[in-house]
Design a protein around this ligand. Sequence first.
Ligand code: ADP
Length: 260
Amino acid sequence: QPITTDMATLTKQVKKFATDKKLEIETLKVREEYRREFMGNVSHELKTPLFTVQGYLSTLLDGALDDKKVRKKYLERAEKGVERLIYIVEDLDMIAKLEMGDVNLELSRFDIVELVQNVFDMLEMSADKKNIILMFDVKYNKAIKVFADKEKIQQVVTNLVMNSIKYGKENGTTEVTIEDLVDSKLIIRIRDNGEGIEKQYIPRLFERFFRVDKSGARSEGGSGLGLSIVKHIIEAHGEKIYVESEFGKGSEFSFTLEKH
Ligand code: ADP
């Protein structure tokens, strides 16, 4: 009976159409929710430093400017607030590009050993402030070539080493190691013996704006965007990122790269 068959086919098609549309609407709803949450987070993150800066500037205008003792301190604090705003805006810019898939990886062959050493040189002062030793074994005295986007990998290593210092303990250590994996891959590990991360938070670490201890982390001046940028960059390379951590003992972040 061709008619019934046709009816059956038609019903099936209509049902499929309805299900597809429903799914489409669900996806749009989730996206809209995501967007709203993101905007909410952005304004919240920007407000805190903006109010700080405004607070110090008004106090200065209200008379503190004449007080030689405090004016430098207040100006420095206002400057810190502006610095923080710049970091946040730069991070937001980067994450927006990464999430829209709007990044062109500029792949080249470079020495990962030299890159790690450069990052260490840049962060030495921050490490010194907490008397943290940055370690990179002497066996890494010859070049190890990889194929990736150098600038972006530099940002990944910088963010991870910076975190190991920020969340590391006084007189602690940060150690970077590079190991061979199968299939011409390398794994780069950044390990600290700092405060570690409670198990329940580990799955959320790479979320935008996520911080374990909002107040504590804020005093460290982070944006909560560092790790999500790191994850995006590594995934844009088609590589993997891992984290292992023990609360009170320390953390290890690692990622893979293509050897070349
Ligand atoms: P932030 O700007 O707050 O540092 P990140 O995205 O880089 O943002 O990190 C998110 C959160 O993950 C941090 O606020 C901190 O709570 C936790 N975290 C990141 N790295 C470490 C680490 N090495 N040791 C302990 N906690 C860490």
